[in-house]
Design a protein. Structure first.
Lengths: 124, 233
């Protein structure tokens, strides 16, 4: 895993798990790797993974069953919520970046529509 | 816990450590970083008791470095300290005879993990393998404090990866403390809890790695460049 410089690694681990859920590599209700496994896999400090797991539990993303391990919570809306959350983050940074480049709202909308069309053409 | 109070170490007219004071917490992985000649290795040697400070005090769990503290410290020196004519097994037996905390199961398991053989002769194996053999011997003890002096220097990328994996694999988070000196900052960035940058025998910057990265919006490598920006590394 390549880390983003200015962001705490434990938050990046949480993002990693969320992405795994969205891309269906980890399913709702499924067991997540043990802390040590994930630490080894991502080559990060077990203390950092521990913190990420603690936060995920606090966020209601996972639950730990004693003696069995940590599982993604069994909530059907979870996937949709995570998708929305990631989409929100992408949109916010997109809009902020575009504004900083000097585009106004109308221009941004116009560009989005244009590129949607162009992409569709390319896909054909 | 390790406490250094105004520790100074000189070699002739050279000052290796210049009235250094710091407290190193327990149960974490701490990087001691800095350019060559900044005093990193001297610091580790003093913790093991190989060098004595000229001034100041060093306390490990309240005790001065001595036979008492040696029993719970595992030290991996930068130099090739293993007898070249020994096999890995003979070297292991040698270490075993000194320390009660030797863990035979761990030794066997790590031997496999590191892809080494007990019958390998130290002088006949590659530099990377010797580095792994050194790591094997220091991690086969259930030591509370592990001191690794440049465990990655001069070793190929794959072996460096394996060494990092071994550290994570075997580290008992919370109750074991590991101090690592290294130049390969990029490689250890993800495994450090805390960092101490040493510059000309003094602490230039220290703190929690996650916090430093956030505060400065930069990676450890970038932070290091900033810390040492006014000197040639």
């Amino acid at each position: 895993m390549d880390f983003d410089h200015g962001k705490p690694i434990y938050l990046q681990i949480i993002d990693y798990i969320k992405k795994q859920i969205i891309t269906d590599k980890l399913k709702i209700g499924e067991k997540v790797p043990s802390q040590r496994e994930l630490a080894q896999q991502l080559k990060v400090n077990p203390n950092t993974v521990q913190r990420a797991y603690r936060e995920m539990e606090g966020m209601g993303l996972t639950e730990t069953i004693r003696g069995q391990g940590t599982f993604i919570v069994e909530r059907r809306e979870l996937l949709r919520e995570l998708q929305q959350e990631m989409a929100n983050a992408l949109l916010v940074s997109f809009i902020i970046e575009m504004q900083s480049l000097g585009y106004d709202d109308q221009e941004i909308l116009g560009l989005v529509e244009k590129y949607q069309k162009d992409l569709k053409e390319e896909m054909k | 816990m390790i406490e250094l109070k105004a520790v100074t170490k000189t070699f002739g007219s050279t000052t290796a450590l210049d009235s250094i004071s710091t407290t190193i917490p327990e149960g974490k992985i701490i990087g001691v970083l800095g350019p060559n000649g900044s005093g990193k290795s001297t610091l580790l040697k003093m913790l093991v008791g190989l060098n004595k400070p000229n001034y100041g005090t060093i306390l490990i769990d309240g005790k001065k470095p001595s036979m008492d503290t040696k029993n719970f410290i595992s030290y991996l020196p930068e130099i090739d300290y293993l007898y070249p004519w020994m096999t890995i097994q003979q070297a292991a037996d040698f270490v075993k005879s000194f320390y009660e905390d030797w863990d035979e199961n761990k030794y066997n398991e790590l031997m496999k993990f590191l892809e080494l053989q007990p019958s390998m002769v130290i002088k006949k194996i590659s530099r990377g393998m010797r580095a792994k053999a050194k790591l094997l011997l220091s991690f086969s003890r259930n030591a509370k404090l592990i001191l690794l002096d440049e465990p990655l220097s001069g070793i190929d990328v794959l072996t460096r990866d394996k060494i990092i994996e071994t550290i994570i694999h075997d580290y008992r988070a919370g109750d074991q403390t590991i101090l690592i000196t290294t130049h390969e900052i990029r490689e250890v960035e993800g495994i450090l809890d805390e960092v101490i940058f040493i510059r000309q025998g003094q602490v230039a910057l220290e703190g929690n790695v996650e916090e430093l990265r956030c505060q400065r919006q930069a990676s450890l490598v970038e932070i290091m460049k900033e810390v040492y920006s006014h000197e040639t590394i």
